[in-house]
Design a protein around this ligand. Sequence first.
Ligand code: FE
Ligand code: FE
Ligand code: ZN
Length: 277
Amino acid sequence: MALLIGCHLSSSRGYLHMAREAMSLGANTFQFFTRNPRGGNAKALDPADIAAFRACAEENAFGQILAHAPYTLNGCSADPAIRDFARRTMADDLLRMEATPGNLYNFHPGSHVGQGVDTGIGFIADMLNAVLFDGMHTTVLLETMAGKGSEIGGRFEELRAIIDRVELHDRLGVCLDTCHVHDAGYDIVGDLEGVLAEFDRIIGLDRLKALHINDSLNPCGARKDRHAKIGEGHIGLPAIARIISHPALRHLPMLLETPNDLDGYAAEIALLKEHHA
Ligand code: FE
Ligand code: FE
Ligand code: ZN
């Protein structure tokens, strides 16, 4: 199966533009923010743009695309107004996603801001129970986090605990971010097999639906969440080549979130294709 590879793109010019931009970079998938990071109103969907995008993606054998919730969204804030805002934003995003059925919606579980992991996990599950709906055509992904500050999702056990509390958990999956898991202390450089075995034991590899491919400016366990260009960080190209070629991972959509302009992304996409066995 061909590598499903892409990068984060700006959504300001619509879906068809993103698909064409992805193709110009050598990509066959992409990631985008559903709205600006401050989480304001999303632009109205343009039915003609959506139809043209769907035809283009089909014709060019695109993999699933990954919509990313605003990273400021915090469904486990201590402030009820912020939790409510997160819930309404996600509910709106998931309705909009029905226009492009069969794709992926990724979000950061959130930061418990001192309330404790269990309280935070409870709020996140409450939000998911409120926004997931019967018959939806999107898979919602919990992103593995670096564990910076009071972030939830730095441990596989925390993601498992959220999934366990969600009624429509068949609509849930996980997006593994290489920089984040490395930052959280999982040694994907020295012991990829061990990390994947642990993921499988705690969450289940069948839940893994996408990868964020990033190098890291910091060593394993640093909990800093600073992405580096591929091959310019503490993960390094050989480890990333093993990840993208691993039998348990090689079929998944892989999205770059490295500090690059479009030319830089095109070069990294070519590099990953070259190292995909
Ligand atoms: Fe993210
Ligand atoms: Fe990420
Ligand atoms: Zn990150």
